[in-house]
Unconditional design. Structure first.
Length: 35
């Protein structure tokens, strides 16, 4: 598979969203276990 470099901007946004979602999930998990 060849990936065109045109979608680099969207890739960065997708990566940021993925990281943010993971962090939110971890925070919620800690909050649930904490309480």
């Amino acid at each position: 598979m060849t990936r065109p470099n045109q979608g680099s901007g969207r890739g960065k946004i997708a990566t940021f969203v993925a990281i943010a979602t993971t962090l939110i999930g971890v925070i919620i998990g800690i909050a649930v276990h904490g309480s």
